[in-house]
Design a protein around this ligand. Sequence first.
Ligand SMILES: [Zn+2]
Length: 250
Amino acid sequence: MSIRDQIAPLEALAAIDADIRRIDAELTKHRGGLETLRTDVKALEDRMKGDRETIAAMEKTRNELMTELRPMASQIERSREKLQRSRNERESNAAQREVEELRKLSRDREVEIERISMAIDQARASTEDTEVKRGKLQAEIDGTSDGTTKAVTSLEADRAIKAEAREKVVAKLPVVIYRRYQSVSTRRPMAIAKTTDGTCLGCHIAVPPMMFQKMRRQDEFEQCPNCRRILYYVPPEASTDGGSADSSRA
Ligand SMILES: [Zn+2]
């Protein structure tokens, strides 16, 4: 029994699987890129939500301070009148203290209002910055999304064609060989290797001479003792053009 007829489908299978791996890697890249952008947008939206809550809290505090501040001017005015009407030093001192205390309370609120107003302005500027960034990312997503959807659709179509071709090729292989191929490919994605001179072209290490002699008869597939790939012999003239099916059958 010869393995010569099995080499071509086995090589076709390995080529199809290499294509499928490349397609899968591209699909992962496209999907991953979009996912990262969406996560970034979500983070910016969370930050803006936080900023808006902070601004709302600061505005509430500022309004309360302004409500407290408003009647103070007339209170100070009344204390001043009291000071002018004071009939003795005791009354005068008391009124003076009242004016000073009210002025201090009023000044403290003004300073605090000023401080909060600046903080609100800063927070608003920061929110606007974030909004611009978010807009840019969203535009990128929209652009990428169109491109990605097209690319993914096309890659998935390619993949379906490859999967169909794979089934046909697998049907041509003995189940034992296919199982061995599957088993090797879990560790070595490129699960097959050929040799023309006794060196495994998968790992470039020589196989034992006895094994090589046996392989030259092309009776059965071997496994490279070093890399465990399914190993087969291809005559030198056949290997120069990449070991096509026709020359290996010759
Ligand atoms: Zn090897």
